[in-house]
Write a protein that binds this ligand. Structure first.
Ligand SMILES: *Cc1c(COP(=O)(O)O)cnc(C)c1O
Length: 369
């Protein structure tokens, strides 16, 4: 494969030490006690990144598996589930809730800015005054960075508020993790979901999550069995005592992930750098006369730019790739064909790369217009 500069909001570029770690000698991950220790150590590294004492589990499957596993394991038929949405991934949680028999109730937000905690408080009060007093929400789903629009929700305000109302929280942090600070314990986030191929800068294929004691309790208190095997988190609770994984672990993927976590932990400026690069990306875009999609609450891992009228996003993307070897993304759902997305997370969170990408984008738009 050629050396494309990946400026997409995942999958991202993978550093050489991560790629080499995947090529090391393998053991039998089902039988070797050393592998159980290694898995545990890798989980501990993720816990440090997520600032949590909660349990961490790494599952074999892309990020979507984590979203589905959280819903499959918590939802029982008839459960009311609060789905906070101001973007495509936020809204999409409702599909998983329904699939596992839950009843999604939406809290909608403006798609050009982050969810408003005060509006959420009003919503929760109104719900309590109505039917919610008798049948509260079992859990809430929300997204930290909703990647198709790049909007960043304030987990530090929203999750403590939901906790105050006794509602468990499931937060999709797939595209924010390692780019934005996540205070899992301080913010009372019960399940935090991540994946290998975004700011972690490891290849796609793994999802990992933290699970609080309260979330384990809710999973264990179920009356209905979990309608999945692959997405059943209950099977993972005491894997270590049983020295048993529900299925054979992808040892090479986890070897890569472990080194990717080392890279993150060895980089004390990682969050400050993402903030600087995110701010820089927005400045470059506006200085070039292009328009940002969002009004405020920008993620520092992805920048979303409106395509000028009459410009074909796919043609411009291809030109940027052909001329400069830089790959950026379009978007999907309600943003399909309307925006460009530049990822600047993990290995791609570097000012020179972002500057070159915006410059190339402007040039490619000029040619296409
Ligand atoms: C990337 C991502 C996922 C995983 O989805 P894929 O499109 O399959 O990679 C889930 N949630 C968010 C917010 C993401 O950015």
């Amino acid at each position: 494969m050629n050396q494309t500069t990946l400026m997409t909001p995942g999958p991202t570029m993978v550093r050489e030490n991560v790629r080499l770690a995947r090529a090391c000698e393998m053991t039998n991950p089902d039988l070797d006690p050393e592998f159980f220790r290694f898995y545990r150590e890798t989980c501990n590294k993720i816990a440090r990144i997520l600032r949590t004492r909660n349990d961490i589990r790494i599952l074999s499957g892309e990020g979507i598996l984590g979203l589905e596993a959280a819903c499959a394991s918590l939802c029982e038929p008839g459960d009311r589930v609060l789905v906070l949405e101001n973007g495509i991934f936020g809204e999409g949680f409702a599909d998983f809730v329904r699939m596992y028999g839950g009843e999604p109730v939406f809290f909608h937000g403006d798609r050009r800015r982050g969810l408003d905690p005060e509006a959420l408080r009003c919503f929760l009060e109104t719900d309590l005054a109505g039917g919610g007093f008798f049948r509260g929400f079992k859990f809430a789903t929300l997204v930290h960075c909703d990647t198709p629009s790049g909007v960043l929700n304030d987990l530090g305000a929203l999750c403590p508020l939901l906790h105050e109302y006794g509602i468990l929280t499931v937060a999709d942090c797939v595209s924010s993790m390692a780019g934005h600070v996540i205070e899992t314990d301080k913010w009372h986030v019960d399940i935090v979901l991540g994946a290998s191929q975004k700011a972690f800068s490891a290849p796609p294929g793994l999802t990992f999550l933290s699970v609080s004691n309260e979330a384990w309790r809710a999973i264990n208190a179920r009356k209905a069995p979990i309608a999945s095997y692959y997405a059943n988190l209950a099977l993972w609770e005491d894997y270590e005592e049983r020295m048993w994984f529900p299925y054979t672990m992808p040892a090479a993927d986890i070897q890569g992930l472990s080194v990717a976590a080392d890279n993150i932990l060895a980089d004390p400026d990682i969050f400050a750098r993402h903030a600087m690069v995110g701010g820089g990306a927005r400045d470059f875009v506006e200085d070039a006369g292009l328009k940002l999609f969002l009004a405020r609450d920008y993620s520092d891992t992805v920048t979303v730019i409106e395509a000028p009228a009459g410009v074909d996003v796919e043609v411009v993307r291809q030109r940027l790739l052909d001329d400069r070897g830089i790959m950026i993304a379009g978007s999907f759902g309600f943003l399909k064909g309307k925006v460009f997305r530049i990822g600047h997370m993990g290995e791609s969170a570097q000012i020179p790369l972002v500057r070159e990408t915006v410059k190339g984008l402007v040039k490619a738009i000029g040619c296409a217009g």
